[in-house]
Structure formats: structure tokens, C-alpha cells
Design a protein around this ligand. Structure first.
Ligand code: ZN
Ligand code: FE
Length: 255
């Protein structure tokens, strides 16, 4: 049996996620932007919270935790590198560590860049990775604390996961990301059709996450910095992928 995955819209454009292991009844929340929508989603599914996996310290991913735990006590897991600025953790993890949600084992990936200490959680048997503000649908998080090289290396770890992996990210930014991606890669047919599908989904009030890693590899400009066609489009033929990534990230910051 694999994890059942539910996105929980929070605040204006955040997503928390629920991951439920039917074999054991264990249920994890990934991030806690606010308590009420997560508690409601638990109630709607008849699930009992057992774990909270935190991605990084930003307020829009952790501020709901105290109220959530008050109503639904759970084991809190987060990055060892961030213990000084995360809420109290029951388990501090780093790259290479495992987390256990009932019968399901997740692998911790250090995906620093947006922040130092940002982690992602990959559950290989369920084909799902929780990426928050690292890899996003058609985008990636802004590089606030780490270096461009660090962020590019972090995205590389995620890009190397099996292509059928579902990418559960932390924000509904996909439509704006699509608009930007088309300025980098305007003639990519996969991107053009995905941008249309994203616009249609948003017009119908539907979520655009999770996405599939294979479609990110084909359409997300931040994962395509090593592609000769992208380099040529940017006038950077022969440049190192990390420099191409930095150029794309810089353009997005100014977009
Ligand atoms: Zn963030
Ligand atoms: Fe965020």
C-alpha cells in the first residue's frame, strides 16, 4: 500500500499536505502554514495526525504548528541544521536520514538554497516527494540564504529522482511561473501546452499540484539550465549550467 496524498490549501497561496498510510493509520502533515484547514482536512478524511514534517523555518510553513499540535498532538520532524529557528523538534534530521510514517519510509534530502537547512522528504515506495519552496511546479524558490550553486545542486538531487515521482510543492505559483518560463523558453511545445493546461485549471479553480517530475524536467526552466537549447536562447552557449541557472533565477527575481 502506498501513501494517500492530499493537498491542503492554506493562507492565500500555500499548501500543506497530508500523507496517510492506510496500512497503519499513520498520517503526516507536511508543513503547517495554519491549523484550521489542516484540522478540517483530517476530519474530512477521518484521519488522526501522527507526524508533522517541516520543510524549512519560514513563517508561512510553521506558524500554524502550535495550534495544530494543541488540537492534534504529533511527532514533529525537521532539519537538524535549523533547530535554532524551528519550533521544538522530536526528531532532527539531515541528508541521508530516514523518516518513518507508519509502514512508509521517507528519505531526507538537504535541498538548501531558498534557506540553509531546507529539507525535502522523498517516499520512494509511494513515488512522492515533498519539496515545499525548493522545486516548485514550473519554478523554484527564491535563493534567499544559500548560493546559486547550492540551489542548483539541490534541484539536481530532486531532478535525479524517478521521473514518475509526484512533486508536492508548497505554493500555488504555477500560473505566474508559467508566464515567466515562456519568456525563457517560448517555443517549447511541452511548456506551451502545460501553460495552457495550468491557465485552464486555475480558471476552473483547480489546483496545479502535485506535478510529475517528468513534466518538470521537460518544462521547468530551472531544471533545464544544462540544455544547449536553453543556453542558446539566453545567448550563453558553452556556459556552465550553474551560471545559466543563476541567470534564469536573476531574471525571475526581476520579472
Ligand atoms: Zn519559504
Ligand atoms: Fe513559502
Amino acid at each position: 500500500m502506498v501513501l494517500q496524498i492530499v493537498p491542503v490549501p492554506c493562507l492565500t497561496d500555500n499548501y500543506a499536505w497530508l500523507a496517510h498510510d492506510p496500512a497503519s493509520g499513520a498520517t503526516a502533515a507536511i508543513d503547517a502554514p495554519e491549523a484550521a484547514p489542516i484540522l478540517q482536512a483530517l476530519k474530512d478524511h477521518g484521519w488522526t495526525l501522527s507526524h508533522v514534517l517541516l520543510s524549512h523555518h519560514h513563517w508561512d510553513h510553521v506558524d500554524g504548528l502550535p495550534a495544530l499540535l494543541k488540537a492534534a498532538p504529533a511527532r514533529v520532524i525537521g532539519a537538524a541544521a535549523d533547530t535554532h529557528r524551528l519550533p521544538p523538534l522530536d526528531q532532527a534530521v539531515q541528508q541521508g536520514d530516514s523518516v518513518q510514517i507508519g509502514t512508509q519510509t521517507g528519505q531526507v534530502l538537504d535541498v538548501s538554497g531558498h534557506t540553509i537547512g531546507h529539507v525535502a522528504y522523498h517516499f520512494p515506495d509511494s513515488g512522492v516527494v515533498f519539496t515545499a519552496d525548493s522545486l516548485m511546479a514550473l519554478g523554484c524558490g527564491r535563493v534567499f540564504e544559500g548560493s546559486m550553486a547550492q540551489m542548483y545542486a539541490s534541484l539536481g538531487k530532486l531532478a535525479a529522482l524517478p521521473p514518475e515521482t509526484r512533486v508536492c510543492s508548497g505554493h500555488e505559483y504555477t500560473q505566474a511561473n508559467a508566464k515567466f518560463a515562456l519568456t525563457i523558453d517560448p517555443d517549447n511545445p511541452s511548456l506551451i501546452s502545460r501553460a495552457e493546461a495550468v491557465s485552464a485549471a486555475r480558471a476552473a479553480g483547480r489546483q496545479t499540484v502535485p506535478s510529475i517530475l517528468a513534466e518538470e524536467l521537460a518544462t521547468n526552466p530551472f531544471l533545464r539550465a544544462g540544455d544547449p537549447a536553453i543556453k542558446a536562447l539566453l545567448g550563453m552557449t558553452g556556459a556552465q549550467p550553474v551560471d545559466v541557472f543563476a541567470e534564469i533565477r536573476g531574471r525571475k527575481d526581476r520579472f
